[in-house]
Design a protein around this ligand. Structure first.
Ligand code: HEM
Length: 479
């Protein structure tokens, strides 16, 4: 495959990813800490009082030894230096300044950030035990208890429904029609929760959990969580009523069968609360990540139609119109490379999830205390210049050798690595392949009329994950 066709230099994207965007873009893109607080005037007075009260508590913020980093302010830490809409850009700049192991203070919370492939791999794989604990995220802890016919459409709902149905099949042994109001209500409620969880005010809440009810989105999350839980328990009741222990329809059935066996066992984990939480977590972890990656993939295909043509040509040549199977992956190296490059390029989970050290460790010459919050900075691994030829471009050739065969890359870590590697990696990879091939087999994706390919925006918004900015695409049937 000619290199010219697969290397797409997106200079605007490159500047953004390097944190050197124009003044105009950074003004547009930045939402400062103070702006977020002032958007909720009722909380300002309370916040000032609380800040004064806790000042003495954090006054020795600077005295803790550990990896270097930008100088923090008392209580606020480094928040004022942080681009709240694109925090990964600030962290990339810090990593250039302070090296691959550095400290930032997210308000009063000390975070050690691990940046770049070599460092993240050394920590998560070579020291898997020490860096393998999950750190608690306050908002998670507290809430634990069409047919478009070529017309422009927002890909969000369609993708969420398709991917959620996979999780529904695994959990309930059942999938839903896209117009089933029970299903669309669940999807809408989960999506709203995802938006709230990724909102700047909830990020601030996670650093200052004592703000509690002053953060309005937190209260809505609690309400949504309760709704999600009662919806899940409603499904569980239906499944319990028709349970056949000899024919499990899905995870919930298997759980209920085990619950029956453990009746009377003290402290058995097989109780209703655990079941509801597990189902909710699998929905959260398994829907939005995969659906958003697929939305990015289609957006990239609309942006770079010559790459889309190459994918379709390969699919048509090798599997034609028949239904794709997982085993076809090995025969579709270019398609596989495009999917991998999509995941690398978009870095859907820029910071992974927080980890915590299980004991004191001296890592790359820096002392890190037991119990320190660790951020494996996956975005920096997926953009590490020492590992990727064109880190700032959408360049499927990253995953192809000179003969056009698929080439594995160790620095491909969108699912993280080590003890806490994504539980759903195998499922997600399967879903991405089957959905992507099926969609490209049947439709040509383009920008909506009046929007040029150049105008399709690849900037992305970071909440809980890195989402594409709102956009519409056209899906034109290929036959
Ligand atoms: C493109 C899709 C996906 C991406 C990019 C992704 C990425 C990640 C990442 C970066 C983590 C954090 C790992 C760490 O802490 O080091 C994670 C954790 C997790 N993921 Fe995924 N994920 C995806 C899909 C899924 C799916 C489909 C499921 C389930 C069905 C799932 C379930 C989980 C769970 C349960 C965890 C927590 C594991 C733990 O705490 O040990 N993920 N994922």
């Amino acid at each position: 495959m000619p290199e010219k066709k697969t290397s797409v230099q997106s200079s605007k994207q490159a500047r953004l990813r390097n944190g050197k965007d124009t003044a105009q873009n950074s003004l547009k893109g930045q939402m400062g800490f103070s702006e977020v607080l002032l958007s909720s005037p009722g909380s300002v007075l309370g916040l000032v009082l609380v800040l004064l009260l806790v000042y003495w508590f954090y006054k020795d913020l600077n005295s803790d030894a550990g990896p270097p980093g930008p100088k923090p302010l008392p209580v606020l830490g480094n928040l004022l230096q942080l681009n709240m809409k694109r925090p990964y850009l600030t962290l990339l700049k810090f990593s250039q300044q302070y090296g691959s192991v550095f400290t930032v203070w997210m308000g009063p919370q000390k975070v050690v950030v691990l940046a770049g492939y070599k460092t993240v791999k050394e920590a998560l794989v070579n020291h898997a035990e020490v860096f393998g604990d999950r750190d608690a995220v306050p908002i998670f802890v507290e809430t634990q208890d069409k047919n478009c016919q070529g017309k422009p459409f927002d890909t969000t709902e369609m993708m969420s429904c398709a991917v959620s149905n996979i999780i529904c099949s695994l959990l309930y042994g059942n999938r839903f029609q896209y117009d089933d109001s029970e299903f669309t209500t669940i999807i809408a409620s989960f999506r709203r929760n995802m938006q709230l969880l990724g909102s700047p005010s909830i990020q601030i809440y996670n650093w200052f959990p004592w703000l509690g009810r002053l953060v309005p989105n937190r209260n809505e999350i609690f309400k949504q969580r309760e709704q999600n839980k009662s919806q899940v328990l409603k499904f569980v009741r239906k499944l319990r009523a028709t349970l056949n222990p000899h024919m499990c329809r899905g995870f919930v059935d298997a759980f209920l069968v085990q619950q029956e066996k453990e009746k009377g066992v003290p402290n058995s984990p097989f109780h209703e609360e655990n079941l509801a939480q597990t189902v909710i977590q699998l929905f959260f972890a398994g829907t939005d990540t995969t659906a958003t990656t697929l939305r990015w993939a289609l957006l990239l295909m609309a942006k770079y139609p010559h790459i889309q043509d190459q994918v379709r040509e390969e699919i048509t040549r090798l599997i034609g119109a028949r239904q794709v199977q997982v085993e076809d992956r090995k025969d579709l190296p270019f398609t596989d490379a495009v999917i991998h490059e999509t995941q690398r390029f978009v870095g859907i989970a820029p910071f992974g999830l927080p980890h915590k050290t299980t004991k004191d460790i001296t890592f790359q010459g820096h002392f890190i205390k037991k119990g320190t919050t660790i951020w494996p900075f996956l975005f920096s691994v997926l953009n590490d210049e020492s590992q990727w030829e064109n880190p700032n471009s959408f360049y499927p050739a990253h995953f192809l050798n000179k003969d056009g065969k698929f080439k594995k890359k160790d620095a491909f870590m969108p699912f993280s690595a080590g003890r806490r590697v994504c539980l759903g990696e195998g499922l997600a990879r399967m879903e991405l392949f089957i959905f992507f091939v099926t969609l490209i087999q049947r439709f040509r994706f383009t920008a909506q009329p009046g929007v040029t390919e150049e105008e399709l925006d690849l900037t992305g918004n970071v909440g809980l994950s890195r989402d594409p900015v709102e956009h519409k695409l056209c899906a034109i049937p290929c036959f």
